[in-house]
Design a protein around this ligand. Structure first.
Ligand SMILES: NC(=O)c1ccc[n+]([C@@H]2O[C@H](COP(=O)([O-])OP(=O)(O)OC[C@H]3O[C@@H](n4cnc5c(N)ncnc54)[C@H](O)[C@@H]3O)[C@@H](O)[C@H]2O)c1
Length: 246
């Protein structure tokens, strides 16, 4: 299996959940790799590198990208749009079966900021920022590939994917490490040609409807941000995604 963006924050939280899987890791910087993992260092948009990285690969977990909701389109377009498009094209050429990729709750952020929740996975994308728009584009392009011969693709709209919530705004959209690992493993195995699902834990203050993730992927989150509610800093924000004017 290939994991892109393995050196990053989500990648490092995920890797212990892939124990026993033969891993190849791709990142532009050297990743902390488990014993036995192959490491490929370079850019997602390097087609030769992608061809080598995907050779003999059955499934990809794609995490490489710019995770900053406050970033501008010019900063995001290379890693989040061009990089993902290159990966999907190369995965198709190499006959990869499944791509599980990191989307974000920001692809649906206007629903949350307008008070329309719990947000259902099937609603139309409504990004709250250029970052969310790159993720909505990624979901659309992955769907095109899935219906035109593959790879099959599952997008996970990750919430605040951190060891534990530290700010009050994360209490509604936290994804804890054990749930991240379970969700990715189940998405890799699910009998689904294409789908997008929220990636959050079973938070008491839930805003993301997990019905389809439970039904299609068998996702059964076990963590709840409420356990940390007494310890978080009040950041004065009512949403995990972007607070919009008006
Ligand atoms: N961290 C979160 O809370 C969160 C929430 C929602 C979605 N996501 C998504 O999850 C993914 C991982 O996020 P993260 O927090 O681990 O980010 P991160 O910045 O910690 O890690 C991303 C990794 O991708 C690599 N990378 C970026 N562009 C690359 C390129 N063009 N070629 C090769 N490698 C490249 C970086 O070197 C880095 O190691 C991102 O797609 C992000 O948008 C993260």
């Amino acid at each position: 299996m290939l994991v892109t963006g393995a050196a990053g924050s989500v990648g490092q939280q995920l890797l212990p959940g892939l124990d026993g899987v033969a891993l190849r890791l791709l990142d532009r910087v050297a990743a902390d790799a488990p014993p036995g993992a192959e490491v490929v260092t370079g850019e997602l948009t390097d087609r030769d590198l992608l061809r080598r990285a995907l050779s003999g690969i059955d499934a990809v977990v794609h995490l490489a990208g710019d995770p900053r909701p406050g970033a501008e389109w010019d900063e995001l377009e290379g890693p989040n749009v061009d990089g993902f498009a290159a990966l999907l094209g190369a995965a198709r050429e190499q006959g990869v079966r499944r791509v599980v990729f990191a989307s974000s709750v920001h692809a649906m952020g206007r629903h949350e900021s307008a008070g329309r929740f719990p947000v259902e996975a099937s609603w139309a994308p409504a990004p709250c920022c250029p970052y969310g728009a790159t993720k909505a584009f990624d979901e659309a392009l992955a769907g095109v590939h899935a219906v035109r011969g593959g790879p099959s693709a599952i997008g996970l709209r990750l919430g605040a994917t951190v060891e534990r919530p530290t700010q009050s705004s994360q209490l509604t959209g936290w994804l804890g490490p054990a749930d991240l690992r379970q969700l990715v493993v189940r998405a890799l195995a699910a009998d689904v040609a294409f789908g997008v699902y929220p990636g959050v834990s079973a938070n008491t203050r839930q805003r993301w409807d997990l019905t389809t993730a439970r039904a299609d992927l068998g996702y059964e989150p076990v963590l709840d941000a409420e356990a940390y509610a007494g310890d978080v800093e009040d950041d004065g924000r009512a949403v995990t995604t972007c607070t919009l004017p008006g």
